[in-house]
Design a protein around this ligand. Structure first.
Ligand SMILES: Cc1cc2nc3c(=O)[nH]c(=O)nc-3n(C[C@H](O)[C@H](O)[C@H](O)COP(=O)(O)OP(=O)(O)OC[C@H]3O[C@@H](n4cnc5c(N)ncnc54)[C@H](O)[C@@H]3O)c2cc1C
Length: 426
């Protein structure tokens, strides 16, 4: 730790966040609204991140995550662009056994939001939103809150001192705070520079992502079909549109991305079937290689990892961003309490509390997602039978169904204030 502090910073506050993506801006707004002074730096212009071609993904947002987006002022802008998820149907099956999207398979599991939120106007199981709309809503909320955003300006490195840390940006600017939060994604520069090692592997799969238009309404049902090449998810968007995550071995997924439109439509119809009537492509096609990356530590001297910088997982359960939201909500509770009681926000006891809280939850989810991905991308007949019977068992037991529905909604363990839908302030 250096004691050199002679630089005149361009920003000085409680917290500096490197990375103004989905997790970074959500956390920045939460801390700012709670009364902390926050600066955010992102390497890309915010406008670029709002363009339709920037990120074709849509995300399933857990109902607890949406409570946080509401609390930070982004929910109001996002809600008109969301689709409520009322039911989730999970089917284990192979096309050669006659399993088609929209139809049943040998083993099915059905989650109904009324089982956990029985009121007619109760919360759904989650919300679907295109990432570009979520980014737009966060950008609008940041503008309204007059958040200090430095973009485009890449974080190059940080220096930890006795009472604060400095984040050095590509422009030469220096942002100073008691703690630096790395929300700079799966390939986090700050994590690597701190010498925090990661464990991980590729699944050899990629997710082809696109939006489709169909004739019939989807009724707010999200479908996930476990096929030998990987999961095929049909996720409802507003109107007669759905987002697809079509997972295949990487070569096959890349071929689907680059093939001409007519053969693609044929492949799409063969996989999708006609349960929602005629279906056609309604967006560009993107391809995301899928793997796992887990940081061995979530903290260092005056540094905290949040979101994909801490761990990036397979999208099989649609939990990556939701985990980033949970990181942010937990960290907001800890930093707000530290500020209220006059503690140094970057001190080791404060940061260790975050690591203890988030690591247990993360490890359980990382392990569960990894096991799930391996089990459900396997075509061995005994494994298929075993997992199918397990699925059937959960489907028969209301308590188990409710447990999994609440877990997907993020309502497990020690729930931070913002995920309970309660206000947070210093
Ligand atoms: C196919 C697919 C489907 C998915 N579906 C879902 C889903 O349904 N639900 C869900 O919850 N999650 C889902 N996810 C996961 C989710 O997209 C990620 O977990 C989420 O985007 C991570 O957000 P983040 O802000 O941590 O990182 P990122 O989105 O990677 O943001 C990082 C930010 O940091 C900036 N940055 C990087 N380096 C620097 C630097 N040196 N200095 C300054 N800024 C920097 C970048 O410009 C960017 O803005 C899915 C993922 C995939 C691949």
């Amino acid at each position: 730790m250096s004691t050199h502090t002679s630089l005149q910073p361009d920003f000085e506050g409680d917290v500096v966040i490197a990375g103004g993506g989905l997790a970074g801006l959500t956390l920045a707004l939460a801390l700012h609204k709670a009364g902390l002074s926050v600066g955010v730096a992102d390497g890309l212009p915010i406008d670029t991140q709002l363009e339709e071609i920037f990120d074709g993904r849509s995300s399933a947002l857990a109902y607890t995550s949406f409570r946080m987006l509401d609390a930070v002022g982004a929910g109001v802008h996002l809600r008109p662009h969301t689709q409520r998820i009322e039911d989730i149907l999970v089917v284990d099956g192979r096309p050669e056994d006659g399993v088609k999207a929209g139809g049943p398979g040998p083993f099915c599991l059905h989650f109904d939001r009324r089982e956990i939120h029985p009121k007619d106007d109760g919360e759904p199981l989650g919300y679907m939103a295109e990432n570009r709309h979520t980014r737009m809503a966060l950008a609008k909320a940041s503008e309204e809150a007059k958040l200090s955003v430095f973009a485009p300006d890449r974080a190059l490195h940080m220096n930890a001192h006795a009472s604060h840390a400095d984040l050095h940006l590509a422009s030469g600017k220096v942002l100073r705070a008691q703690v630096i939060i790395a929300c700079d994604g799966k390939y986090s520069t700050l994590r690597d520079q701190a010498g925090i090692r990661t464990t991980g592997w590729s699944y050899g799969q990629s997710g082809l992502v696109c939006a489709v238009q169909h004739d019939q309404p989807h009724q707010g049902v999200a479908y996930e079909y476990f096929m030998p090449g990987g999961p095929f998810a049909i996720l409802p968007l507003p109107g007669n549109r759905s987002s697809l995550v079509w997972t295949e071995r990487t070569k096959a997924a890349e071929a689907l991305q680059t093939m001409d439109i007519e053969p693609f439509h044929e492949a799409l119809r063969a996989r999708f079937g006609d349960f929602l009537g005629e279906v056609s492509l309604d967006s560009p096609r993107w391809c995301y290689p899928l793997g796992l990356k887990l940081a061995e530590r979530f903290i260092d001297e005056r540094l905290v990892l949040v979101g994909d910088a801490a761990r990036a997982i397979h999208p099989i359960a649609g939990q990556g961003f939701n985990l980033g939201v949970r990181d942010g909500a937990a960290l907001a509770d800890i930093l707000v309490e530290a500020k209220r009681t006059g503690l140094d926000l970057g001190s080791q006891p404060v940061l260790s509390r975050y690591e203890r809280w988030r690591k247990t939850d993360s490890l359980a989810l990382v392990a569960g997602t990894d096991l799930f991905t391996r089990l459900y991308s396997n075509d061995h007949s005994l494994i298929r039978l075993g997992r199918g019977l397990g699925m059937q068992m959960v489907d028969q037991i209301p308590l188990a169904r409710r447990f999994f529905a609440r877990t997907a909604g993020g309502e497990t363990g020690d729930l931070p204030t913002l995920l309970r839908g309660e206000p947070l302030s210093v």
